[in-house]
Design a protein. Structure first.
Length: 387
């Protein structure tokens, strides 16, 4: 019938469940349905003489117990992955460690915590930090670590990962606070990284967190955005300074060996000149010692011989030639061709130039023919003849 059809008509009840005829049975009894289901499993009871119901039979209890034990045993199997280690807790307390593979535990007695011990974990810290020279820089540090002791990792501290992150931030801020801004931004970054790693390891060691620091990576620090342009100019100037220093060092490495070579050469030349002068002086002394006895025997002759030898040496070293012409003024011969050749010029058909002098040869010696010559700058006597 339709839901909007009027109700009872005549002597018959009309409802959606077709309960017509005045016999209202209602919906099915759920308790009765469950009782029939358990009766099929052998747990149904029979009415006794007193009208009561008998309890569950022993056979049904045994089946339930066997099924419960089987389910409990099967539920106890678990698998530990290759990269993990299992930490077995018995009633909440640490019991043992298990390796990777298939294992069994008593359910409701033991629980297992899986800890990854092979893969490397990463954590980073970043923030505005104050340097030693009271400048603010933005520093970011990544730390890589892995778990080496699952038991200490789970039970020695509460949330070891968070403790490590806070210890990293504290160590980094301490090192940056004892470092100048220039070192943090440029040449001192490696030193900051090494000092932070050492301080972090010394900080977490007393806690025995079961962690091992693999490496830390200090990312390039940067100044705040408000002063970034000024810092960029300062860094560029520092880079230019370092470049100029390297160029100067390269130039010094190139020039210093040449200078040292010149110094050694000059020292050797000086030593050779010293030895030459000493030998010449010794030769002069030896020659003087040889002439001394002759001078004592014939002073006049020896003096004139020394004088002539000296003039011969002097005239041999000058380009001017004095020609003594008997009965006339002496003439000076200038070898212009030789002089021009020394200056790199080519001389064609140049004749000697005769230059009269103002010196008169008016004196003669009694011992033989001779000649006297004099110049404006001084008086020179030339004597010759047999002795």
């Amino acid at each position: 019938m339709a839901w909007n059809q009027p109700g009872n008509g005549g002597n018959k009840d009309r409802d959606p469940w077709k309960n017509q005829g005045g016999n209202d049975q209602g919906p099915p009894d759920l308790d009765e349905a469950l009782r029939k289901f358990f009766a099929k499993l052998g747990f149904g009871g029979n009415k006794g003489s007193g009208g009561g119901k008998s309890g569950i039979p022993a056979k049904g209890i045994g089946i339930i117990a066997v099924l419960a034990v089987i389910i409990w045993f099967i539920a106890g199997f678990y698998t530990v992955k290759e990269a993990d280690r299992g930490v077995v807790l018995r009633f909440g307390n640490f019991h043992t460690l298990v390796e990777s593979g298939l294992h069994w535990r008593p359910v409701f007695v033991d629980t297992v915590e899986h800890v990854d011990v092979n893969n490397i974990r990463s954590d980073s810290t970043e923030g505005f930090m104050l340097t030693q020279d009271e400048n603010v820089v933005v520093v970011q540090l990544d730390v890589q670590y892995r778990i080496v002791d699952p038991r200490n990792y789970l039970f020695n501290v509460d949330n070891a990962d968070q403790v490590l992150s806070r210890a990293t931030d504290s160590a980094l801020r301490y090192v940056v606070g004892h470092t100048t801004m220039d070192e943090v931004l440029t040449r001192g970054r490696e030193d900051v990284r090494a000092r932070t790693l050492d301080l972090l390891e010394r900080t977490i060691d007393p806690y025995s967190m079961g962690l091992q620091i693999v490496d830390i990576n200090l990312l390039p620090a940067r100044p705040p955005e408000e002063v970034k342009e000024a810092f960029d100019d300062a860094i560029a100037a520092q880079e230019d300074e370092e470049r100029f220093i390297r160029e100067a060092e390269a130039y010094a490495r190139e020039v210093e060996p040449l200078a040292r070579g010149q110094v050694r050469r000059m020292l050797q030349e000086a030593q050779a000149y010293k030895e030459q002068i000493i030998l010449e002086a010794q030769g002069e002394v030896a020659r003087f010692n040889e002439l001394l006895p002759q001078y004592k025997n014939a002073p006049q002759v020896t003096r004139e011989r020394i004088y002539l030898d000296t003039l011969q040496d002097l005239y041999a070293k000058t380009p001017k030639v004095l020609v003594d012409v008997e009965g006339s003024n002496n003439m000076m011969y200038l070898p212009l061709d030789k002089i021009l050749e020394k200056q790199g010029r080519k001389v064609n058909d140049l004749s000697p130039l005769r230059v009269p002098t103002d010196t008169n040869m008016n004196q003669s010696r009694n011992s033989g023919a001779g000649s006297n010559s004099s110049t404006d700058s001084g008086r020179t006597n030339t004597r010759g003849g047999g002795r």
